[in-house]
Design a protein around this ligand. Structure first.
Ligand SMILES: Cc1cc2nc3c(=O)[nH]c(=O)nc-3n(C[C@H](O)[C@H](O)[C@H](O)COP(=O)(O)O)c2cc1C
Length: 175
C-alpha cells in the first residue's frame, strides 16, 4: 500500500468487532507514537493504554450528550495527556508564541492511526470527553488532549470516500 492509499484507507471507525487486538500490534502502534517527531524532541505527552474494565470506564467519559457510543465496543482506548515541554521547547514556545504541544500530540496521534491501518486495525480520534472524570480514571492531573479508540472494524464499517476540501481551496502556491 503506498502512502496515499494508506491515507485513504485510514478512516474514523465507529463500529468495532469483538476480535481482540494482539499485544504485539498494540506495542507496534505505541512504538509509532514513540518515534514521532516533536518540537525540540520534547515528546510532551504521555499515553495511557486502557483495556478491559478500564476501557469500558474510559468509554463512558466520551459519551456525554449522546456522543461516541462506539467507544464502548473498542477493545483498546488510548488516552493522550499533555506533558511538560523540555527546556528548549518551552523557551521556543514562549518566544515564538506557539503551542507546539498540541501539534506534537496531533502528530503522535496520526502516527498511531496510520500505523494501526497498516496492521489492518481501525481507529477513531476522539476529542469529546469529560476531562475531569477521565483524569480521575487514569490517575493524572495533566491536561487530557485526545482519546483514540483502537480495534478491528465490524463488517458494517465500509470504506468511505474521503470528503475533503479541494487542493485549490487547501493549498496556495507562493513563488
Ligand atoms: C482532534 C479530533 C477530534 C475528533 N473527535 C471526534 C469525536 O469525538 N467523535 C468522533 O466520532 N470523531 C471524532 N473525530 C474524527 C473526525 O470526525 C474525522 O477524522 C473526520 O470527520 C474525517 O473523517 P475520517 O477520519 O473518517 O477521514 C475527531 C478527529 C480529530 C482529529
Amino acid at each position: 500500500m503506498d502512502f496515499i492509499q494508506l491515507c485513504n484507507t485510514r478512516q474514523s471507525c465507529r463500529s468495532y468487532s469483538d476480535r481482540p487486538v494482539s499485544d504485539e500490534d498494540i506495542r507496534t502502534c505505541l512504538e509509532a507514537a514513540r518515534l514521532s517527531p516533536s518540537a525540540c524532541n520534547s515528546q510532551p505527552y504521555h499515553i495511557y493504554l486502557c483495556t478491559g474494565d478500564a476501557a469500558a470506564e474510559v468509554a463512558k467519559t466520551t459519551q456525554t450528550a449522546g456522543m461516541n457510543k462506539f467507544t464502548s465496543q473498542a477493545p483498546c482506548l488510548l488516552v493522550i495527556t499533555e506533558d511538560n515541554y523540555n527546556a528548549t521547547a518551552a523557551i521556543g514556545s514562549r518566544r515564538k508564541d506557539q503551542d507546539y504541544r498540541s501539534v506534537d500530540i496531533g502528530i503522535a496521534a496520526a502516527n498511531i492511526c496510520l500505523c494501526a491501518t497498516t496492521l489492518g486495525l481501525s481507529t477513531c480520534i476522539v476529542g469529546w470527553f469529560d476531562e475531569k472524570k477521565l483524569a480521575a480514571l487514569v490517575g493524572t492531573t495533566a491536561r487530557i488532549r485526545l482519546v483514540i479508540s483502537l480495534g478491528y472494524a465490524a463488517e458494517d464499517d465500509k470504506l468511505r470516500t474521503k470528503k475533503r476540501k479541494s487542493a485549490e481551496d487547501l493549498i496556495t502556491f507562493v513563488k
